[in-house]
Ligand binder design. Structure first.
Ligand code: ADP
Ligand code: ASP
Ligand code: MG
Length: 423
């Protein structure tokens, strides 16, 4: 007998039929004698719809002002998961499985006050543990908790993964199964490169990079938590027949996220990730003086805008500099408003920018001991006439910013270059 957390994402609970299929997956594990906690997302598209409604409401204007009251945003968008948790509990009961739903505040899952992107501080899992030990399935609404001020808080988009891993850590689960619409973690998004291959295993560090660089199969924070608490995370498909014979066996198809030492043959490059949620801003001929970078990035940081890649070039006259940086696409207009505000004290000749950019990244722990990985990437992209707008590197990744129109071409080119294509 094991203690399991099973998490089902949006497409896995997209309609009532899918929820009944999920219930059969859960029942299979219960029948096998396991103690089970389930974490569910909102039905596919539901969270987007709710976010859209909030955005459409009249809100406080102004470049530096918050767009809307984030506590009320959370009250609205957390509701999607409440619905699926109740529906799945009902489906399980109808199959003779003892089950009940739990909202974040009922457990409680305690978070900080960063509404809209809250972090989990602690989970008091005593009651939940007691119930599942008694044979009742806990169906937990993912993505949500309760902040110190007693308000519903959500964990940022894709946050149900984090709920699942955090609950697995809190109840000491033997494994956290992330059921989704693909049967594991691939060398790149299989929807973009048909030659992508499923990995049997991937190291925490690499999964962390893949996730933070755009592979949305797992939320970044869930990977961090799994790494810190040593939770065994297994990514698998909810689209298999729940009663298939092979699922009764001990080794279903999927990808295990594990320690680096558990991977026998380490590749130089493990995967390619990309993020379309990027925008670029270039400030031309900024007056070069000490403190100029602080002058530009200070106000952006104050407005909660995360700047990522930064390139600063000294111009020929030595008196001015060009600064290029990237930021999330959704923050672009606000950032331009801040930089162009005459009171900002930032002097430059022109501001150019684009939202039609994408960041493509090559990830692999083997890069630590291999030279030339970056040079090969730049050559391969230039052979395809893909212009690189900005570059960043770290020990185990290389990222390039390119025009969005070349996303697929760049991903597939790099995927082939490093020998990741399926035969
Ligand atoms: P869920 O609703 O189950 O949380 P998500 O849509 O958040 O599912 O994540 C699954 C999706 O992640 C897949 O459909 C796939 O298109 C995308 N994805 C991106 N990169 C990868 C990758 N390297 N491996 C697998 N899936 C990936
Ligand atoms: N429903 C939330 C979202 O769409 C959380 C999740 O699915 O993980 O972001
Ligand atoms: Mg997800």
């Amino acid at each position: 007998m094991a203690r399991l957390v099973l998490k089902f994402g949006g497409t896995s609970v997209a309609d009532l039929e899918r929820i009944r299929t999920v219930a059969r997956h859960v029942k299979r594990e219960v029948d096998a004698g396991h103690e089970v906690a389930v974490v569910v997302s909102a039905m596919a598209g539901k969270t987007n719809e709710l976010v859209g409604w909030v955005r459409e409401m009249p809100h406080v204007a102004g470049a530096n002002a918050p767009i809307y009251d984030a506590r009320e945003y959370d009250a609205v968008v957390a509701s999607g998961e409440q619905i699926t948790s109740g529906l799945l509990a009902i489906a399980l009961q109808s199959m003779g499985v003892d089950a009940r739903s739990w909202q974040g505040w009922q457990i409680p899952v305690r978070t900080d006050a960063a509404h809209g992107a809250a972090r989990i501080d602690s989970i008091d899992a005593a009651l939940l543990s007691e119930r599942i030990a008694g044979g009742q399935v806990a169906v937990v609404a993912g993505f949500q908790g309760i902040s110190a001020d007693g308000r519903i808080a959500t964990l940022g988009r894709g946050g149900s993964d984090t709920s699942a891993v955090a609950i697995a850590a809190a109840i000491g689960a033997d494994r956290c199964d992330i059921y989704t619409d693909v049967d594991g973690v691939y060398t790149t998004d299989p929807r973009v490169a048909s030659k992508a291959q499923r990995m049997e295993k991937i190291a925490f560090e690499e999964m962390l990079e893949m996730a933070s660089l755009g592979a949305k199969v797992l939320q970044v924070r869930s990977v961090e938590l799994a790494m810190v608490h040593g939770v065994r995370v297994f990514v698998r498909s909810s689209f298999d027949d729940p009663d298939a014979q092979e699922l009764q066996t001990e080794t279903p198809v999927g990808t295990l996220i594990c320690d680096e030492e558990d991977i026998m043959e380490q590749q130089v490059v493990t995967g390619i990730a990309f993020s379309r949620d990027e925008a670029q801003i270039s400030l031309r001929s900024v007056k070069d003086r000490p403190g100029v970078a602080a002058g530009v990035f200070g106000p952006l940081a104050k407005a909660g805008i995360n700047v990522d890649m930064i390139v600063q070039i000294i111009s020929a006259d030595g008196a001015t500099t060009d600064i290029t940086f990237t930021l999330p696409e959704g923050d672009y207009d606000r950032a331009v408003g801040i930089l162009e505000n005459p009171d900002s004290g930032i002097e430059f000749d022109a501001l150019n920018g684009s939202k039609d950019v994408v960041k493509v990244s090559v990830i692999g722990m083997g890069m630590r001991s291999h030279a030339g990985v970056a040079a090969d990437a730049f050559k391969a992209l230039s052979d395809k006439n893909i212009n690189i707008r900005a570059i960043t590197t770290s020990e185990i990744k290389i990222s390039v910013l390119i025009d969005a129109a070349y996303t697929e071409l760049a991903v597939r080119t790099l995927h082939s270059l490093y020998g990741l294509d399926a035969a």
